[in-house]
Design a binder for this molecule. Structure first.
Ligand SMILES: [Zn+2]
Length: 394
């Protein structure tokens, strides 16, 4: 299976250290990126699918580090269906669960919470809404769990721990041993920070995060109520943890985190999440909106903000996507300035605070979405010139 994307105006790599690549062509072979370069210099022979990007920009498929899936493509939180497919139409090809906490009647006993995590991990391995990759099975920790519980879940394929603090484990001393066990068993651990998101969960401040020692400071800018700027500074300066900025949080402390992390040389630790579905809603363009916030108001170069939503997240979660680089999974988004914008390219659109228009999303080298049904229309739209075109929304 060979797919060639030609006529690319700009290639954003997802790598913070080398964010823009030279070239106008990407070749995908058997679901992986094979080559990136000038059309004359790469092997485009015998492609099954050829896409003309018509001068638009290609970025790695965006990774949302904070979703709350339940079962299938339905969320009881906002009584919405197809919210994952909708986010795929916002350029997000990989979604990482921060806990399946919205299941009505979520079991809080240990057998039940393990069962839910295992079912979610296995079910979303088999189910890819629109082709999107959903990494789920993120148990919500409750008091009384032992190392054997983490070992059992790990054996069954659980690789994540959901936001600590949503369950009865909400203090540093309670969380710390469980975080150690989870790490020993290969899980990536995140923690809720700031005020409670909904009645029934607890505020968590920087001291608790330091004691618990997770991999990821979950929604460092609040979900939705933020920690104080001083606490954010403490976690940026005193730890090596990933710093997750979310869309459904506090915009002011999002920008504060960006600034403080920039001053500390910690942008490689910044990752982006949506934190939806949540009380804020289901937000198909949440990651694009966060990119526009960091770029237009935070003055982060757009190609670096994109790396925070792709390569950084892949590194933190050990995923083989997130970068346009040979051998990586060929999850790609073609986007351009939207019709009517003062901007002329996708990156300039972010700079001026507009959302780019997506005209194609590929997963594992296969075109899955044509013109996005959720973004504004791209001024220059990619087109399949050989092979099967995906459906489109517009
Ligand atoms: Zn949270």
């Amino acid at each position: 299976m060979k797919t060639v994307i030609r006529g690319i105006g700009q290639i954003v790599s997802g790598d913070l250290h080398r964010p823009l690549l030279d070239g106008d062509t990407i070749v995908c072979v058997d679901g992986k990126i094979g080559a990136v370069g000038r059309e004359a210099e790469v092997d485009t022979e015998a492609a099954d699918t050829v896409i003309d990007a018509r001068g638009a920009t290609v970025v790695p498929g965006l990774i949302d580090s904070h979703v709350h899936p339940v079962f299938g493509d339905f969320t009881p939180r906002q009584r919405a269906v197809d919210f994952l497919d909708s986010e795929l139409n916002g350029g997000v090809t990989t979604m990482i669960s921060a806990g399946e906490g919205h299941l009505p009647g979520r079991p809080r006993d240990i057998v039940g919470l393990k069962a839910l995590a295992i079912v979610a991990a296995k079910a979303y391995q088999n189910f890819r809404p629109g082709g999107a990759k959903v990494h789920a099975g993120a148990p919500i920790l409750e008091l009384g769990m032992t190392e054997a519980d983490f070992a059992e879940m790990a054996r069954a394929g659980v690789r994540l721990v959901g936001e600590i603090g949503l369950g009865s484990v909400r203090t540093g001393p309670d969380a710390a041993p469980m975080v150690r066990w989870a790490k020993q068993h290969g899980m990536t651990v995140t923690i809720h920070t700031g005020g409670p998101s909904i009645a029934g969960s607890s505020p968590i401040g920087a001291e608790t995060v330091l004691e618990a020692d997770p991999h990821v400071v979950g929604h460092i800018n609040g979900g939705t109520t933020s920690m104080s700027p001083r606490e954010i500074e403490l976690l940026v300066g005193r730890t090596a943890m990933a710093l997750e900025i979310v869309h459904c949080g506090n915009g002011r402390t999002a920008l504060h985190t960006l600034r403080v992390a920039g001053d500390a040389g910690a942008w490689p630790r910044v990752i982006l999440g949506n934190d939806a579905p949540s009380g804020t809603g289901v937000v198909p363009l949440g990651i694009l909106r966060t990119l526009a916030l960091l770029t237009a108001l935070g003055e982060c170069p757009p190609e670096l903000a994109i790396a925070m939503a792709t390569g950084n997240t892949a590194r933190v979660y050990g995923l083989n996507g997130g970068l346009i680089s040979p051998g990586r999974e060929a999850d790609l988004v073609v986007l351009d300035a939207p019709v009517g914008s003062v901007a002329r390219t996708a990156l300039d659109a972010l700079r001026v605070g507009d959302l780019p228009g997506i005209s194609m999303v590929l997963i594992d080298g296969i075109p899955r979405v044509g013109r996005s049904r959720n973004t504004p229309p791209a001024a220059r739209a990619a087109e399949v010139t050989r092979g099967h075109a995906p459906g489109g929304g517009h």
